[in-house]
Design a protein around this ligand. Structure first.
Ligand code: SF4
Length: 321
């Protein structure tokens, strides 16, 4: 068995989250999404107003992520829900909604500790913006990571500053690189998010993103297609300037993902390929309601058909002497 097969799992053509969990925890890990009542600096004026043009947090908060409930209750209900679906697994608290490092340090610590007080929670996954991580918080997370699993997930969305400006992210790609380095250098796991299909990005720009992020000290990656959600700034832009959007078909998207995977470093865990927002909120195509597992199966089938795999076109540039 080759080294890659050993950690990807036999017959796998990309490094899946399940393989990663089996390698590191010897069991399935389920993330319990939490809405801890944070806000976002890109909404309250400290960075920007109105938020990212595509953002509507309603679309990614499941029923058990309601911040009128305590973190403990959200975790309890999340575990109740997922334990019926899968028998053998452990759990991670996933601070998902808005910017989960945006508060006083004492408040952050208290919320993370509340999540970890449930004995079934084995660690934290904290979603945030790259411009919203303090050294004091990294000090705390560095110590915590010596005892528990800790991952900080940064929303990069794009590596192109022109795109970031257009979608009003109010940070640059350089901010992302800096945050990733500062976090990874503390021994904390780092994940990143990317969106495929943002306005004015060509397929080549998107697949070349793999080469760039392969240089970063990241452990995992989530990608998803652009879903334009009702009542967002982007929904208005889509209505008035639809030509600016790629609006990939399923087949185009699958091919794009495969091109991207081929250029991606083989040890980066690919946690997600698509997102599924509630169909009644989507303004652009929802691909006839195709489900996540169906897309993953399509990607796997095409990888086999093309006899290709994650990292096939990845190479380490030689250092200049
Ligand atoms: S996408 Fe994230 S960073 Fe952007 S406005 Fe929404 S919560 Fe804030």
């Amino acid at each position: 068995m080759s080294k890659i097969e050993e950690y990807w799992g036999k017959d796998k053509r990309f490094y899946s989250y399940n393989s990663y969990c089996m390698n590191n925890f010897e069991t399935r890990m389920q993330k319990i999404p939490i809405n801890a009542g944070f806000t976002c600096p890109n909404r309250d004026g400290s960075k920007g107003l109105g938020g990212c043009t595509y953002c509507n947090n309603v679309s990614f908060n499941p029923f058990y992520g309601n911040n009128s409930k305590s973190i403990s209750l959200q975790i309890y209900e999340g575990i109740e829900f997922f334990s019926k679906k899968y028998k053998s697994q452990n759990y991670l608290a996933y601070f998902q909604a808005y910017t989960n490092t945006y508060d006083e340090l004492t408040v952050l610590k208290q919320k993370y500790k509340e999540a970890l007080s449930n004995r079934q929670i084995k660690g934290l996954v904290i979603g945030t913006r790259p411009d919203c991580i303090s050294d004091e918080l990294l000090d705390f997370l560095e110590e915590l990571a010596k005892k528990k699993y800790v991952s900080v997930e940064y929303g990069l969305e794009s590596i192109y500053d022109k795109t970031l400006e257009y979608i009003n992210r109010c940070h640059t790609y350089a901010d992302s690189v800096e945050a990733i380095n500062r976090t990874a250098n503390r021994g904390i796991n780092v994940g990143v998010h990317l969106i495929f299909g943002l306005p004015q990005e060509s397929k080549k720009m998107i697949s070349d993103t793999a080469k760039e992020i392969s240089k970063l000290k990241i452990n995992s990656l989530k990608i998803h297609q652009l879903q334009i959600i009702k009542s967002t700034i982007m929904a208005d832009q889509f209505k008035t300037k639809p030509d600016q959007f790629s609006n990939f078909s399923v087949e185009e998207y699958v091919d794009l993902v495969i091109e991207f995977l081929e250029k991606l470093r083989p040890d980066i865990v690919v946690e997600r390929f698509i997102s599924e927002s509630p169909p009644n909120l989507i303004v652009n195509s929802n691909w006839g309601g195709i489900r996540t597992y169906e897309i993953v199966k399509l990607i796997e089938d095409v990888l086999v058909k093309k006899d290709t795999f994650q990292g096939k076109k990845f190479f380490i540039p030689k250092k200049k002497k």
